[in-house]
Design a protein around this ligand. Structure first.
Ligand code: CP3
Length: 368
């Protein structure tokens, strides 16, 4: 157990926010709402700021990150900020040759496929993950915690499997075939790669919480492509290891959530994995749009849920979307607490006015 410093936002500023209360299993007067990829291309003010700056350069510029993270909070009145970064930022900082190609996603110069490839990664951290590696990130988080006041900042990281999928494939892939081949074909190489990634991810999450983030979300976006057996045996232990440093923290004087920093676990198409994803040791499970929240609540009873408005409906006529939002809220009452979100990220072409309208609708639905 490690105590957070007494001036951490979770000891005061954000402790009674609707997001932290819901993540702790309470039902606040209004259902909190934020959107995956709320900072990004749906906002004209984001596109204006990003002109001429590559994605990963932007992620390492603390002033730019601070401004981009605040943009959707100001515009939409969402109940949380999510740190503007990317899951490959820790890889880039440790020296992996990775870039984010617009319209495509993360692309690696050298795919990781062999024992020698993993040994080369290990050689980047001969004495473990260096202290201070995440300096641009911790600077931005510290600035944001000050600016946000009572609005919590969510820190995040990619889970070892989703990072491994990019590393092994060399870029985005439909079915993570090469990664799934490696996990069975060379199980020792797989385990070595996953444990290296778990250490890096754990350090990245811990750095964000230590600098002032009030919750941590682990994105295992591509875990839905795995069978339950593979997920449980070859992936879940490494996700648990990645979360361990944050799970060991305690908020001084806090009774809610056992004094733990709230943690959330999300993946796409993971209806068959929800129980296993909870079992890695998180407080909240994020649900994609394929699994209705009442069905998810039956699988992980007693667990706060986050989700799961279908991003496709953001472009549908408002009455259709409004009815869907009310349906999601109604199904969310099957869980002890609910944080409204999308079932995956905001599509870049989304009219931002629609997102603001969802926030207003969710907040107005309180007490009905
Ligand atoms: O507002 C937020 O939600 C915070 C920002 C955020 C980004 N990436 C910014 C981003 C978060 C939480 C992520 C996580 C992330 N990145 C995940 C997990 C969540 C998920 O969507 O499943 C994954 C799989 C990635 C990898 C990645 N990075 C992809 C697939 C892409 C999209 C490529 C494209 O151009 O369509 C990126 C780039 C990226 N990350 C953008 C943003 C805003 C777009 C880059 C741009 O604006 O030019």
């Amino acid at each position: 157990m490690t105590l957070l410093p007494a001036d951490h936002p979770l000891t005061g500023a954000t402790a009674s926010s609707s997001l932290v209360r819901a993540y702790s299993g309470e039902r606040p007067p209004t259902t909190p709402v934020w959107f995956m990829r709320q900072a990004g291309r749906s906002l004209p003010e984001y596109r204006a700021l990003r002109t001429g700056t590559r994605m990963l350069e932007a992620c390492l510029d603390p002033d730019l990150v601070t401004e981009i993270t605040l943009q959707p909070v100001r515009r939409h009145g969402v109940d949380a900020a999510i740190f503007f970064s990317d899951i490959v930022v820790p890889l880039r900082l440790i020296g992996v040759d990775v870039d984010i190609v617009p319209g495509k996603g993360p692309v690696l110069a050298h795919p990781v496929r062999t024992a020698a490839d993993v040994a080369a990664l290990r050689a980047l951290t001969p004495d473990g993950v260096p202290a201070g590696l995440f300096e641009p990130v911790t600077t931005a988080v510290g600035q944001l915690a000050g600016e946000l006041g009572t609005t919590p900042l969510i820190g995040f990281a990619g889970a070892p499997f989703t990072l491994a999928a990019y590393l092994v494939e060399g870029g985005p892939s439909k079915d993570q075939l090469a990664a799934r081949t490696l996990m069975h074909g060379q199980p020792e190489v797989w385990a070595d790669l996953m444990s290296w990634l778990a250490d890096l991810t754990g350090a990245f999450l811990l750095a964000q919480i230590g600098a002032g983030a009030s919750a941590a979300q682990l994105f295992d976006s591509w875990a839905g492509g795995l069978s339950l057996a593979d997920y449980t045996a070859l992936v879940a232990p490494h996700s648990a290891a990645a979360l361990a440093p944050v799970r060991e923290l305690r908020v001084p004087g806090a009774a809610a959530n056992g004094g733990r920093v709230p943690t959330v676990h999300f993946g796409v198409g993971t209806g068959h994995l929800l129980g296993a994803m909870h079992d890695v040791g998180v407080d909240v499970v994020g649900v994609d749009y394929r699994t209705p929240l009442d069905q998810a609540a039956a699988v992980v009873p007693g667990v706060p849920l986050q989700g799961n408005v279908d991003p496709a409906l953001l472009a549908a006529p408002w009455p259709v979307l409004e009815a869907h939002v009310h349906d999601v809220l109604a199904r969310g009452t099957a869980a002890p607490a609910h944080v409204l979100n999308l079932g995956h990220g905001v599509p870049p072409e989304t009219d931002p006015g629609v997102l603001t309208r969802i926030v207003e609708t969710v907040h107005a639905a309180a007490g009905r």
